[in-house]
Ligand binder design. Sequence first.
Ligand code: MTE
Length: 311
Amino acid sequence: MAGRWKNDLTHADVTPKAAFLNRRQVMAGAGALAAAGGIGGAAWAKLNAKPSQYSISEEPNSLQDITTYNNFYEFGTDKGDPARHAGALTTDPWSITIDGLVEKPGEYSMEQIMEGVELEERIYRFRCVEAWSMIVPWVGFELADLLNRVGVKPEAKYVAFETLLRPEEMQGQRRQFIDWPYREGLRLDEAMHPLTIMATGLYDEPMPKQNGAPIRLVVPWKYGFKSIKSVVRISLVEEEPHASWNQLIPREYGFYSNVNPERSHPRWSQAKERRVGGGLFAQKIPTLMFNGYEDEVASLYEGMDLINEHF
Ligand code: MTE
């Protein structure tokens, strides 16, 4: 499947962290993190993630871009709100309840979840449905590893995810425009795909709070809203689960939401995207089918109408 990449040297192979984290970025990023209350120093937050064959070779966005231009409506709707307000979130202790159609249901602490996990760096394209994009050097592990550890029962067809509900710390949850908690879902084969990761960091540091600390989903071939942050529940289920944006405006946001330049959003085209950090006069770049991961994931959707039915 990833044969095309096997022989290619990726950015992760050839560029040590220090080379793409130039001093200005480090300083700016450190400031951004400090502004959001800092990053956790929890014992499970291991660094030194290994490079991965799944990383792309494009230069990542700066830590500053990735930590100051965010969507995390639990902290407000402005792009700068998460960096301003997410410092209030307590991320240690943290646990994830894994339930539904699994052999070993339970409430797992972060320490238990991270036990024996080998973290990898995954440099992925990240494409928001709002037509902006970034390149993010995530750190994480395959969701399939976690699901295999808890044992998926044969009747399970989908995976449902939930973000923390804690309006005392998440000020955006005091307004009821989304039916909190934020929820998302994947079909089981999408969840088990090796590109699908649970990310616990970026730029080889623990996950900044505004990006979904301490642990979030990343599904690089889907629009960014599928990549749910600060996950506290993972449920294996038989029916297609509730997903927040799909439920709120089903005509605009489908359950699948695979990146697709040929299917316009009812209010804007998805054919091109603006790379964040490219400057005011930068040309928009063409959006790629499945966000450039077509070779890896197209087979999951064989025979499905991705424009009218399963968008
Ligand atoms: N997860 C939660 N819980 N709440 C959110 O508002 N926003 C989504 C997604 N996950 C969101 C979320 C959207 S719209 C995008 S584009 C990405 O997170 C943004 O991730 P980033 O801020 O790390 O770039």
